[in-house]
Design a protein around this ligand. Structure first.
Ligand SMILES: [Zn+2]
Length: 304
């Protein structure tokens, strides 16, 4: 067996056994790489979960975290394969999913994202100053509603269901592996970040989660951008439905407060929603009050 094949096969069977422990990850720590199904897996470093596909003919990476962890991810992937990387997909524009893009420059043939992502990324960088603006590497390939391509013996589908976490979210689905990357459309059992300033919509986020669960097979496996440390960053459609129910409860609770004549500040004075206590995740910094504030804005400022 050739070295490359050996490394690829070994890596696919259990990444921890063959991957070098990069200096970013101290000896004794678990490997940041996990294989899920077929030749699709996750990389956990700093920021939103990276997804990857490494097969005999193609390499696809989903999201890039930050420069340092992106480099660690690239090093690990280069141990699995000698192939050039075909595609980096950004699930959305947030920095913890795109700031590692420069590390992929020259290593990946194309960067794909929803058509709204470059502008959102640019606006966000602009608000942080010239240095941030100069550091951006943007998607060079964009799509409007759906995008599909064969990558080696796998087919990748990319779908935009409208505004949800931001105005430019994608669901990436590897058809044969039957694994989908949700980006930040999923905060697994944790109060989510809802970026209203970048076009987020709670009501359409509910629709997005419903549509995804309906469009994909019931036994699809899902990768989540972020997750409660007790529950992790992968799961099933049951987790999507729970997050959908959380948003429904969030809008319902906020609407009832408004109808009862309460002030926004009064409505914001709770730490958990009934039935969703575990969303106050250990070590998680985003509070429910921030979610209620966005729900209040969406319910009072949107008229159509
Ligand atoms: Zn995000």
């Amino acid at each position: 067996m050739k070295r490359r094949e050996f490394l690829l096969k070994s890596a696919l069977m259990g990444a921890a056994a063959t991957l070098p422990v990069h200096k970013l990850f101290a000896a004794g720590q678990e490997s940041p790489f996990t294989t899920l199904r077929r030749n699709v897996g996750t990389f956990v470093g700093r920021g939103g979960t990276i997804g990857w596909l490494v097969n005999e003919n193609a390499v696809v990476v989903i999201d890039s975290q930050f420069t340092e962890s992106a480099q660690a991810c690239i090093s690990g992937l280069e141990e699995m394969t000698d192939l050039a990387f075909d595609l980096l997909i950004n699930t959305h524009h947030h920095g913890d999913h795109t700031e590692g893009n420069p590390a992929f420059k020259g290593k990946v043939k194309r960067i794909l994202a929803h058509q709204n992502v470059p502008d959102l990324q640019k606006a966000s960088a602009e608000s942080r100053g010239q240095e941030a603006l100069d550091a951006q590497v943007y998607a060079d390939t964009t799509y409007e509603k759906t995008w599909k391509e064969d990558v080696g013996d796998e087919t990748v589908h990319v779908t935009h269901y409208g505004p949800a976490h931001t105005g430019g979210d994608s669901v990436i689905y590897f058809e044969k592996a039957n694994v989908a990357h949700m980006g930040d459309l999923m905060f697994n059992r944790a109060h989510p970040f809802i970026d209203r300033g970048s076009g987020a919509s709670i009501s359409n986020w509910i629709t997005t989660l419903n549509s995804t669960a309906k469009d994909l097979p019931s036994d699809a496996m899902y990768i989540f951008g972020h997750g409660n440390s007790d529950y992790g960053i992968t799961g099933s459609n049951v987790d999507l439905e729970l997050m959908r129910d959380f948003f429904t409860a969030l809008l319902d609770y906020t609407q009832k407060g408004i109808a009862a004549g309460k002030s926004k500040e009064e409505i914001m004075k709770i730490e958990t929603l009934d039935g969703f206590e575990e969303f106050k995740a250990p070590g998680w910094r985003l509070p429910l009050s921030a979610n209620i504030e966005v729900a209040y804005a969406e319910l009072t400022e949107d008229n159509g």
